[in-house]
Design a protein around this ligand. Sequence first.
Ligand code: MOS
Length: 756
Amino acid sequence: MSTATTADVVGTAQDRVDGRRKVMGAAPYPIDVTLPRMAHAVLVQSTVTSGRIRDIAVDAAERASGVLAVVTHLNAPALARGPSTPLGPSPVPPLQSDAVLHDGQHVAMVVAQTRDQAQAAAALIEITYERDAPVLAFDDPRTSPVFHPRTPDTARGNVRQALAAAEVQINQTYTTAENTYNPIGLFATVAVWDGDALTVHDTTQGPHGVRDALATAFGVDPGRVRVLVPFVGGAFGAGLRVWPHVTLAALAARITKRPVKLVLTRAQMFTSVGHRPNTIQQVSLGASRDGQLTAIDHVATSSIGMADELFNPITPGTVDAYACPNLSTRATQVRLSIPIPGWMRAPGEAEGSFALESAIDELACALGIDPIALRVKNHAHVHPETGLPWSSNALLDCYRQGAERFGWPARNPAPRSMRNRGLLVGYGMARAALFAYQPPCNAIASIRRDGTAVVRSGATDIGCGPYTVMTMLAADCLGVPIERVRFGLGDSDMPKAPNEGGSGLTGALGNAVQAACVDLVRAFVNRVTGDEASPLKGCRLEDITVRDGGIQITDEAARFETYATILARHGLDEITVEGASAPPGETSPATMQARSGRFVPFTPPSTAARAPAGGYAAHFVEVHVDPDLGTIRVARIVSAVDGGRILNPKTARSQIIGGMAGGIGMALLEDTVSDRTGRLATVSLADYVVAVNADVRDVDVLFVGQPDSMTAIGTKGVGELAITGMAAAIANAIFHATGTRVRSLPITIEKVLGRS
Ligand code: MOS
């Protein structure tokens, strides 16, 4: 039994508490769930992009061996559309009409005893379509732009006048490609009904969202629906929405009265769980000759499905990026005959920062000013819209420390001036920021008679590390050794948590876990403060320190008692307390900060006094480009990151490295390509190329900054910081290496050689 003090596990590099189970193959993913009498569902998808189903012949499929049901729009029951969540709308439910709106739309489902039987029967279904001409281009006259209320136009000052008067102007157009998530694990749903009670194992980033959507679809009480996802695997945002196949799996189970498993194929992963929509963006910058920004204009257009309302936050990051008096942003979406998009890896921010940070680099070149110096000169010392000081902002330290670590001073600013063994060498950099996002969250914490702590919340872990960091946070907060703390998640019967998304879960969940744990200690203090038999008699929360599975009066080591002793004396098996967190600035339950086992009241600054800050980063990239072949290698990346308080430098670093890999993919490789009819041409990992280990070489992460002042645990999101700005940093490095400015992602050999 450990006697070491447990205080301050937080802040130290800890291995993943779930790592061993993962590498041993013992972590249960939804795809691994097998139940007695389980049947298998297979989806048939449209092979046209736009039109309607004239005829669908299912007789042969229905007669095929092992088939239990064939479901089409002709026999599917009405399914209500799920509710919108804070992150966005539910997709339109499947199999509700003969209309085909995109390639890969689910048009039939076969349920059979085995997956092979379902697959074989599905191949027997014959469908005749009436085809319409799909809408595939932003400038197609049949479309009209959609303005989403969540991305309103913004303006300050007079951007048109300021641009006209600017001594130096940049006006450029940037494009980003459609990207597809491609987690290695295929998305799977296993559904089983017991009367009107539904249990679902689903690859999702938010079990409560799935619960609510399915309850609505089938008209049952949400309390009768349970969604389980103890392990998700990679998701990258693909699990943020409740996709039609999830509803279909539950429908299959309902119709056949058997448990049903539905696993998407790799090809179906390209059309069934969203994608990053493509964008075209115009950025205009105005500046004085000495590099003072006077105008920023950012106009973004991105694609959206024919029947969907997902917003795409491309321009919000531009609004508060720089201290510039004149600014305008406009974001529109254009409906195309495409599978409906989702949010993918810093949705909007990744695309918007590519355009803005490329344009800033172009401005630096036009002015002959160092790109870091230009950014420092235009740093937003306060929030540029409101004039409020930031709740925390160490971006200047990111520039300074990152440049030093990278060796930026060795850069010769002239393009094509640096070489290494015949290769062109380029150094590029970019700024990155994430909006502050901390949705409401709940958690529940118990200490049991055996001295163990159990903390739970219906969140998910898509690999970012909540299992680990929440265990650490609870250990510190309760003074219980980390190996005696169990953190549970991935169950909609647990307290409601937001999706793991928007890089906001650590803040939301961490504050809820801390609130629950502080109140749990308070509950023990309340038990003993009037207890004649306790050495802690008379104590208050402010007087105590937690350590070694118990409580002591601070500075009086002898006045100590374990939780287990207290529970035993009071004849209790456990004490359990719920806690909640609210977004910074909103009315939050009174909370305490727990640091080094002690408890101090947390008094956040009033909303009027501070602008909530998200994370910041500066990315530095070295590329090597073959001057003859145009091949590009990212040789080295240094990211200096202000993520506020870093709970676990090891898992936080892993998140940044993951973002770097995504950034390399977005910049150089990833491209979801459609043919002239709108059908996807890249539906395998052979055609859709992602960054692999060989593409991710020398990567270095340094954390700078201080705990954020607006939230009790002091964190800011880090997950999506590395992909934000990374494509621009790579593009800027490629320009420096080659003298060729590529404004269109992905940056391919042909573009670098000027052949496309
Ligand atoms: Mo992320 S796209 O917020 O899962």
